[in-house]
Ligand binder design. Structure first.
Ligand SMILES: [Zn+2]
Ligand SMILES: [Zn+2]
Length: 349
């Protein structure tokens, strides 16, 4: 099947398998290339091979942002499959993923450059939206720059999250915040990381500490909106990607650098105490009740995130989601000594 295969790239392996079975007029065979599952299909009008990438192949890190490989195995598999492909179909809604996949496939077979098309959900084929890809790329670069700025406090917090945190000085309902432009993703991240609690939402002690640690301009929507406007201008082609990044870096460099406040982790709220129902706070070392002082020790190298609205079936402790060396584990009971459903963090899942 050398030379006339249609190579189809999807977001992930589940999408790839679904697409392979949808296209198949005959047999579907699965195999692995660089341990990445791929599906070979007799699609009627010729053979097709489908692969799912699992996310962006390159991501930016640092300030200035440097793009480094984020998924080596799928990239290597894509390069190999491209060698025997006659055309390339990018079945993804992410223009940046489409552009990255095209560039990597063309390293394997430069002729694919002209034969690369994006497939919309309705089946129509079009060229890659390079402006949209640039806008998404610069948005990720802005996140990388901002993460460096926020490292002393919490590098996971995005600019838009701080705006949401700024709005919650008084308890405020989530739908009110969302109508004012706060995205659900920001609310979820703030809640998981213990900065925002309850409905109406209010700031935990750690949320208050973040607000006093950062430059006040970052709590106002104007700063974040300015960056979004530059990113949008890249998408319209009225601002170059390089100019947008330069402006964003200058804006962030002009902010007062945050210092890590004392007691930040202890003030990140995880849930309610099973003994006295007060709030329990903590993200590293231990989780402690702000009322009765009941506490759970956390293993080293573990960061605990909240899993709002959940408690242990056995002991009523608020469940945590452990982050172990950057990997998110399944929700677990934090009581490693008293509860039979022990937090066995040596078996990282
Ligand atoms: Zn308590
Ligand atoms: Zn328990």
């Amino acid at each position: 099947m050398a030379g006339d295969v249609r190579l189809i790239v999807t977001d992930n392996s589940t999408a790839a398998r679904t697409m392979a079975h949808r296209l198949a007029k005959g047999k579907v065979t699965d195999r692995e290339v660089h341990r990445v599952p791929v599906w070979d299909v007799d699609a009627g009008e010729g053979d097709a091979t489908v692969i799912g990438l699992g996310g962006l192949l390159f991501r930016p890190r640092g300030d200035p942002p440097e793009w480094t490989p984020a998924r080596r195995a799928p990239a290597a598999a894509l390069r190999i499959l491209a060698r025997s492909a006659a055309s390339l179909t990018l079945a993804t809604a992410d223009p940046l993923l489409a552009g990255q996949a095209r560039d990597v496939a063309c390293e394997g077979r430069p002729l694919l450059l002209r034969a690369a098309r994006v497939e919309a959900p309705d089946g129509t084929l079009r060229h890659i939206d390079d402006l949209a890809a640039h806008a998404r790329a610069v948005a990720l670069e802005a996140e990388a720059v901002f993460a460096v700025h926020m490292t002393p406090v919490d590098s996971e917090l995005r600019a838009a999250d701080l705006v949401a945190l700024g709005m919650a000085g008084e308890p405020v309902r989530r739908d009110v915040m969302m109508r004012a432009g706060v995205e659900a993703e920001s609310l979820r991240r703030l809640e998981d990381r213990g900065y925002l609690v309850d409905e109406p939402a209010w700031r935990s002690p750690a949320g208050d500490l973040v607000c006093t640690a950062v430059d006040p301009a970052l709590l106002r929507s104007k700063t974040s909106a300015t960056m979004v406007a530059w990113i949008d201008a890249v998408g319209r082609g009225t601002l170059t990607r390089a100019d947008a990044l330069r402006r964003i870096r200058e804006l962030v460099a002009g902010m007062r650098p945050p210092q890590r406040p004392d007691g930040l982790d202890a003030g990140r709220i995880i849930g309610n105490c099973p003994e006295c129902d007060e709030w329990m706070g903590g993200a590293r070392d231990r989780i402690r009740c702000m009322g009765c002082g009941l506490s759970y020790r956390l293993p080293r190298h573990v960061e605990a995130l909240a899993v709002p609205g959940t408690i242990c079936d056995t002991c009523d402790a608020p469940l945590i989601r452990p982050i172990i060396r950057g990997r998110r584990g399944e929700p677990r009971c934090p009581d490693a000594t008293g509860c039979p459903t022990r937090l066995d963090l040596n078996v990282a899942r």
